[in-house]
Design a binder for this molecule. Structure first.
Ligand SMILES: NC(=O)c1ccc[n+]([C@@H]2O[C@H](COP(=O)([O-])OP(=O)(O)OC[C@H]3O[C@@H](n4cnc5c(N)ncnc54)[C@H](O)[C@@H]3O)[C@@H](O)[C@H]2O)c1
Length: 340
């Protein structure tokens, strides 16, 4: 059986990915996470007793932590989700983004090289391609679109991608890179657009929308991102980049209106706030390479996916309220600290 190290497995996509792997494949899964504010072990309570699952508290920037986790668990595959991921936070404090997203990736790559890891997959983002013009809807990001970064977050992710590419060319490392559009679904930290708006709407508060609300994003249900990563991991060509997206572009304001409508609240809850500096106008991704070459296709349509997502946040109110109160931070101390 393969031993796969999933970094950032206590975050939004990472925790969905850990569960997706355990449900669909026979892997031993080692979740390697520093448990920053975004890491929440309560995302994983339903699988934490699975004998194929191990949690390792560690920092991808620490050579010692990384090498210990890789050797102790005889890891042969790494999937790197660990990152600082919130653009607004990268504007308030870019340094942490460079440390985790760039240095952390280099530490992982170096350890993987030293220990002869069989496959390394870097989870990246469509944000590395910059912004598309609004008046040219036919333009999409392809894998050949030049990297043009406009936020400290996207600059740090692009830098990591370039390092992955350098390790492939220089050291012939068996690497793969995926670049996905915006994800939505269960367990997303309630600072991000969709869960934040749901939480505000449930509480009858004002829903803050940046600028004119006309920024366009492509949205993909998180399980579809997980299935795409697995296709790339199992069938992708070493050294290649694969775009992943839902062919599903929406104005931010329309997403907010859909949430209000499904929750039976009026549009008078919307309030426009000062735009984010350097806010990219439009992202849209061409996923034809992964679809044609690896046979991947998303399973969820947006209307079904968003309804399922809203239902999940309504039924799991306790999950996001515990985050808002900071109570989730005690979970590690209570359940793990005496076992490590
Ligand atoms: N959310 C999206 O829409 C989206 C889209 C495309 C790509 N991505 C990429 O996917 C990955 C996961 O995104 P997410 O939204 O799940 O992020 P998230 O912020 O929810 O989770 C990040 C996880 O990484 C962990 N982490 C942070 N620094 C660490 C460190 N130094 N060492 C070990 N663990 C650390 C955190 O504790 C957390 O569990 C990121 O690399 C992000 O760039 C996200």
């Amino acid at each position: 059986m393969k031993n796969i190290l999933v970094t950032g497995g206590a975050g939004f996509i990472g925790s969905n990915f850990v569960k997706y792997l355990l449900q669909n494949f026979d892997y031993n899964v080692i979740n390697f996470d520093k448990l920053t504010y975004a890491g929440n072990l309560e995302n994983l309570t339903d699988i934490e007793k699975d004998p194929r699952y191990t949690f390792f508290k560690g920092d991808i920037c620490s050579e010692q932590d990384v090498e210990k986790a890789l050797t102790e668990n005889k890891v042969d595959t790494i999937v790197n989700f660990a990152a600082e991921s919130h653009v607004d936070r990268s504007i308030l404090g870019p340094k942490e983004f460079i440390v985790t997203n760039v240095i952390g990736t280099q530490v992982l790559l170096e350890a993987a090289r030293k220990l002869g890891i069989e496959k390394y997959l870097q989870v990246s983002t469509d944000e590395v391609y910059g912004s598309l013009p609004e008046d040219k809807p036919e333009l999409l990001f392809t894998e050949k679109t030049p990297i043009t970064t406009n936020s400290p977050y996207s600059a740090s992710k692009a830098s990591a991608d370039l390092l992955v590419n350098a390790y492939y060319h220089t050291f012939k490392m068996p690497v793969l890179t995926t670049r996905c559009s915006n994800n939505y679904g269960p367990y997303q930290f309630p600072e991000k657009l969709i869960p934040l708006m749901i939480a505000k709407a449930v509480d009858g508060q004002k829903l803050p929308v940046y600028g004119d609300g006309k920024n366009v994003r492509d949205w993909l249900y998180v399980e579809d991102h997980c299935s795409a990563i697995c296709e790339v991991l199992h069938k992708g060509k070493i050294g290649e980049v694969y775009n992943i997206g839902g062919n599903n572009e929406w104005y931010n304001i329309d997403i907010v209106k859909i949430i209000l409508k499904i929750l039976g609240k009026g549009e008078d809850h919307i309030t426009y706030v000062k735009d984010r500096p350097g806010h990219d106008r439009r992202y849209a991704i061409d996923s034809s390479k992964i679809m044609k070459e690896l046979g991947w296709a998303p399973k969820y349509q947006f209307d079904g996916g968003i309804e399922k997502t809203i239902k999940w946040y309504v039924e799991n109110e306790n999950w996001w309220r515990r985050i808002m109160k900071g109570e989730y931070l005690n979970y590690f101390e209570k359940n793990y600290s005496n076992k490590m």
